[in-house]
Design a protein around this ligand. Structure first.
Ligand SMILES: [Zn+2]
Ligand SMILES: [Zn+2]
Length: 249
């Protein structure tokens, strides 16, 4: 038997947040001894389909970002694309249980950095990831490894260029803004060198949005593709499939 205490409206807004503490009482043994657990419930309204769901029971999304969000059980969309203020408010109001899950996950995801200079395994395509943010680098690395790549990681454009000339990766995923050598200059250099000119170059950025910006960026740098950050897992997988299709030709 479960009952929900009168929900308290925490704050109105895009998420329409309610907080309630659910009290589960259970008499499992039928002995009259009642065990009582208090569970936190964090009701939020999906920004896409407006379904109300309990964020405490929702799985994390698979977006390639250091701070992923949660998935709506109805439309399966996350809220990584909500504006920053709304996401901040979500976390301000989030109950302890959800914070604990977030921290647990953060430590598990971020601690072991993928091996940074493993040569390509036989039959595996090689991807090079250049990003000065260690969390993004690591998460993108894991995602590409899961998609079948051997992975090289570089923390700036200069290092990425060095690794690319040395190992000749099939795919280069680079952040736009980086110290020492930015993503645009990196793409131009790799396109201009015969050792790396055939690589698939994918630029990612949290700052650039909009189709015309993308086109200019691609023309200017010789990159094949542009992905706005945060990148959902499925978007990265599609980019990999597009690369595989061109490589097979
Ligand atoms: Zn939804
Ligand atoms: Zn997401």
């Amino acid at each position: 038997m479960a009952d929900i205490e009168t929900p308290r409206i925490a704050r109105a807004g895009i998420f329409g947040i309610f907080i309630a503490r659910q009290r589960d009482t259970e008499d499992a043994m039928g002995s009259g001894m009642v065990e009582e657990r208090v569970q936190e419930v964090y009701l939020v309204r999906c920004i896409h389909c407006e379904t109300e769901y309990d964020a405490c029971r929702s799985p994390w999304c698979e977006c390639i970002t250091a701070s992923p969000s949660l998935v709506c059980p109805e439309c399966l969309a996350c809220f990584c694309d909500a504006d920053a203020a709304a996401r901040r408010r979500f976390w301000w109001d989030a109950p302890r249980e959800l914070w604990r899950r977030r921290l647990d996950r953060g430590y598990r995801e971020l601690l072991p950095e993928a091996p940074s200079e493993e040569a390509a395994g036989p039959g595996r395509p090689l991807a090079l990831i250049a990003d000065d943010d260690p969390a993004s680098r690591c998460i993108a690395g894991r995602a590409l490894a899961a998609l079948g790549f051997s992975v090289l990681l570089a923390e700036d454009g200069e290092r990425a260029c060095q690794l690319a000339l040395q190992h000749q990766p099939d795919l280069v995923l680079t952040d736009c803004l980086m110290p020492r050598l930015d993503g645009k200059a990196l793409c131009r250099r790799l396109r201009g060198d015969r050792r790396t000119s055939g690589a698939r170059l994918v630029m990612m950025s949290a700052l650039h949005r909009g189709a015309s910006v993308d086109r200019n960026l691609l023309e200017e740098t010789g990159a094949d593709e542009f992905l706005p950050k945060p990148i959902p897992w499925e978007t990265l997988a599609q980019a990999v499939r597009r690369w595989a299709a061109t490589a097979a030709r």
